[in-house]
Write a protein that binds this ligand. Structure first.
Ligand SMILES: [Zn+2]
Length: 328
């Protein structure tokens, strides 16, 4: 049984990259030492191993260098900001903060999700039924500050899983993967887009190169509309990691190219048997009557929206007609 992650090997870099790595490393040495001291003084339950922390730091530098296209100045600036952000937001103790775990549990009731095994590339796999998100409930039950904290908790949790996986395998794993199931998605998802944007900002600034793959499945007819709203928010490299799988019988074939059958829920074409709730691997909380209220609300919104769009369509037509007149 392997107990430590493999050591970062600088020889995997070319000579020019090695020089840049050393420059960043040396420049931040004292900053990192005081950050380690800060972490060491936190009342954490997990044991602090300075050698492992040092090794993780080298991988972190490598991720930031890649994300900042090997620009030394940008990398140093980003890393300094990241350290300060972690201290300011108590990120290093978030997984041990008891109120956070109950908040995450509550969030699971409005955002059906599960950590579900690993992909073929050993990435911890997160599956979210984003199409079944209770948008109105989220906005009623959580402040945007709460939701940002949940997102940070989620990121830290998946970084930890990747680190544990590295130890189990004796092979470096630093990314995670997600399946975003949009089945049932409605346009009111737009209401949480500002939060989504905020989350992306955190991902790209403080957790670069952590998303290994995002598989979007069951995109609804309104998907292009939603995608047009968000596509500019993604970093170009992150965008290359997103695969949108068209609705249909080919979905499971494609998923099985990336995920072994026993790691995939049966509803997606896998054979998972290890979840206590299998075959329903992703728990969907039953809100009973509340859901009926929500549906009513959503229905009203949808109708309102369609009305608006018709209106817009008419205006568009008027504009066109005006335009025609002018041309004549
Ligand atoms: Zn399962």
């Amino acid at each position: 049984m392997v107990v430590s992650s493999p050591l970062f090997d600088i020889n995997q870099l070319n000579i020019e990259q090695q020089k840049k790595f050393d420059t960043v490393y040396n420049e931040l040495k004292s900053k990192h030492t005081s950050y380690l001291q800060y972490k060491f003084n936190l009342p954490l339950k997990t044991q602090f191993d300075s050698e492992q922390e040092e090794n993780e730091w080298r991988y972190e530098l490598h991720r930031f260098l890649r994300a900042r296209k090997w620009n030394v100045t940008h990398t140093i600036k980003s890393l300094v900001e990241m350290i300060q952000w972690r201290i300011d937001n108590n990120v290093d103790s978030i997984l041990e903060h008891a109120p956070m775990s109950s908040r995450m549990e509550l969030l699971g009731k409005v955002v059906p999700n599960a950590q579900h095994g690993y992909t073929k590339a050993h990435r911890p796999l997160y599956i979210e039924k984003s199409g079944l998100i209770h948008v109105n409930k989220i906005l009623k039950m959580f402040t945007s500050e709460d939701l940002v904290q949940c997102h940070i908790y989620w990121l830290e949790y998946y970084c930890q899983l990747a680190r544990e996986r590295s130890r189990q395998l004796g092979k470096h794993v630093e990314t995670f993967a997600m399946i975003t199931d949009l089945h049932g998605c409605k346009l009111n998802l737009r209401k949480v887009l500002p939060l989504f944007k905020q989350s992306l900002y955190i991902d790209e600034n403080y957790y670069p190169e952590r998303l290994g793959q995002m598989l979007i499945i069951n995109p609804p007819a309104i998907f292009p509309t939603l995608w047009n709203l968000v596509k500019h928010w993604f970093d170009p490299v992150t965008k290359t990691k997103i695969i949108v799988i068209k609705k249909g019988p080919g979905t499971s074939t494609l998923l099985l190219q990336h995920i072994d059958s026993d790691q995939l829920p049966r509803e997606y074409g896998g054979t998972c048997n290890s979840c206590s709730t299998a075959p329903n691997c992703i728990p969907v909380y039953d809100w009973g009557k509340d859901t009926a209220d929500d549906k009513q609300e959503e229905q009203e919104e949808q109708e309102g929206l369609e009305g608006q769009e018709e209106q817009k369509g008419l205006e568009g037509q008027e504009e066109q007609e005006e335009h025609k007149e002018q041309n004549e």
